[in-house]
Ligand binder design. Structure first.
Ligand SMILES: [Mg+2]
Length: 200
């Protein structure tokens, strides 16, 4: 670019708009990057979370705790939840799925829940923190989607942990669209060295 053209005339305006768009893109994509990514919830070092001051866990349901078509908790999940309780964590299930799905799953576990959460909107995350009486720096978000769980958590300054989706076969239309956008965002980040995926 010729220096004397910069900042003047239509060319200058176009350059500035391009610059703003690039900056916006960079900021948005950074909000999609989790603080941590693991293969499953069972890989999370919950003891270390507790030691770092975390007291509450906001967790997604479908493909995070169980597969999207799995109605009940698995024995392994029950063990994990019991462990969280023993350590002292509070847990709230925050799901974009409907009342039927979320209540049928959560009520037998006696875990408070929010259905139709409209993640990545921040209302449900705030509500969950209020239910636990915890501040953002005491709360983590666990989920399998960058565009709902991670984006929503990051926007509020919560620590976000992305897990690999348990089963991709059973997902609805919108989730599949999200996955496509996720793949594009991931390849963008990898190209810019913003995120190294552990082993995929
Ligand atoms: Mg999910």
């Amino acid at each position: 670019m010729l220096p004397f053209l910069q900042g003047s005339g239509i060319y200058g305006i176009v350059c500035r708009i391009y610059g703003i768009a690039k900056e916006y893109e960079r900021r948005l994509l950074k909000k999609l990057i989790p603080q941590k990514s693991v293969r499953s919830i069972y890989e999370i070092d919950v003891q270390a979370l507790w030691q770092s001051g975390v007291r509450g866990i906001i967790t997604d349901l479908d493909n995070t705790l169980v597969g999207a078509k799995h109605r009940q908790a698995t024995p392994e999940l029950l063990e994990w939840l019991k462990r969280l309780k023993t350590i002292g964590f509070q847990v709230v299930i925050v799901s974009n799925n409907n009342r039927m799905r979320v209540s049928t799953f959560s009520e037998p576990l006696s875990i408070p829940y929010i259905f139709r959460a409209r993640k990545p909107g921040n209302a449900a995350f705030r509500k969950a923190m209020a239910m636990m009486s915890l501040a953002p720096n005491q709360t983590v978000v666990i989920g399998d989607q960058m565009l709902t769980d991670v984006l929503g958590g990051n926007r509020l300054g919560l620590y976000t942990i992305l897990v690999r989706p348990i089963d991709l076969g059973d997902e609805g239309f919108f989730t599949r669209i999200n996955r496509l956008i996720e793949r594009i965002a991931l390849s963008w980040m990898k190209r810019r060295g913003l995120m190294g995926w552990e082993d995929s």
